[in-house]
Structure formats: structure tokens, C-alpha cells
Write a protein that binds this ligand. Structure first.
Ligand SMILES: [Zn+2]
Length: 174
């Protein structure tokens, strides 16, 4: 399984990079975020809000998924069968996450992508819940829980970002 080596290297690098950020929420930090719209990487303040603030801004389902690491039921989200051209964004902070060009039919019932718009825009953490090792994908700017990344995706990356619709917004291409 030659595919595994690059996957683990990619994921390990992401995990190591994200370790530097820690989980501290005391001081607002800057993160590098890439915008496909402007093709620029900019240092931006992290978005840090209290649970109460997030609850005010999100629906109960969005809050449960994006802020409390929940999962929507398969085939129920608004984007698993969504085929418009555009960019999928973070529901919580608007960071651009996935281009519709990298979306594919995984059959899982969740929106699935084989790549992110930029590795800077997400962080990947080891997730050992449910008695297995998975890799959790979070928004780099606001730490929203997006979903998980697996190594059974299509070429060219071999990755499958399995993402909850409720954690995302969508900006159509003009
Ligand atoms: Zn975000």
C-alpha cells in the first residue's frame, strides 16, 4: 500500500504543525489563511468566541456539530448531494475550505472532497474517540469541527475529507 506513506506523512506534518498552536484560547493568535478569491495568504486573527456567542449565531444542529464535534446523519445534510460550482466555507467564520472542483461522490452520505483549498486553512488532530484512530479536521481560524480525513480517497491526493454540511456554508462562483 504505497498510498499510505504519503498519507501518514501529510497527516503527521499537519498534526505536528498544529501541536504548536496547542489548545490555549487565552490570547488571540494569528493564523495564516489562504484565500482562493484573492490568491493571497494573509495573517489573520484567530476567531475565538464563547459557547454562548456561538449558540446565538448558529442553529442548534450547527452548534452541536461545529462546536461540539458532533456528526450529522448520513444523507441528511444540505451539501452531500450538492453540485454547484463554488467554494465551501466555514459556517462559523467564513474561511474558505474546499473548492467544488475537488468534491466527489463517495457514497458515504456526507460531502466529500479529495483536497482542501490550502493546508493552512485547516488543522488536523488525532481523534481516538469511539475506540479507533481517526484524523479530525478543524477550521484553522476558529477551530470549528468540520469532520475527518481518511486515506481512501481518489487521485491525485488519495485523501477523503468527509465533512459535515452543517459545519459549512457555500459561496457560488460568479
Ligand atoms: Zn472557521
Amino acid at each position: 500500500m504505497a498510498r499510505h506513506a504519503p498519507f501518514h506523512m501529510t497527516i503527521l506534518a499537519a498534526v505536528m504543525m498544529s501541536c504548536g498552536n496547542g489548545s490555549s484560547t487565552q490570547t488571540p493568535k494569528k493564523v495564516k489563511i489562504y484565500s482562493p478569491a484573492t490568491k493571497q495568504t494573509t495573517m489573520m486573527d484567530k476567531v475565538i468566541k464563547s459557547d454562548e456567542e456561538w449558540q446565538r449565531e448558529l442553529s442548534p444542529e450547527e452548534y452541536r456539530i461545529a462546536r461540539k464535534a458532533g456528526t450529522e446523519r448520513a444523507f441528511t445534510g444540505k451539501y452531500w448531494d450538492h453540485h454547484a460550482n463554488g467554494t465551501y466555507t466555514c459556517r462559523c467564520c467564513g474561511t474558505e475550505l474546499f473548492d467544488s472542483k475537488t468534491k466527489f461522490e463517495s457514497g458515504s452520505g456526507w460531502p466529500s472532497f479529495y483536497d482542501v483549498v490550502a493546508n493552512t486553512n485547516v488543522t488536523v488532530h488525532e481523534d481516538r474517540s469511539l475506540g479507533m484512530l481517526r484524523y479530525e479536521v478543524l477550521c484553522a481560524r476558529c477551530d470549528a469541527h468540520l469532520g475527518h480525513v481518511f486515506d481512501d480517497g481518489p487521485k491525485p491526493t488519495g485523501l477523503r475529507y468527509c465533512i459535515n454540511s452543517a459545519a459549512m456554508g457555500f459561496t457560488p462562483k460568479k
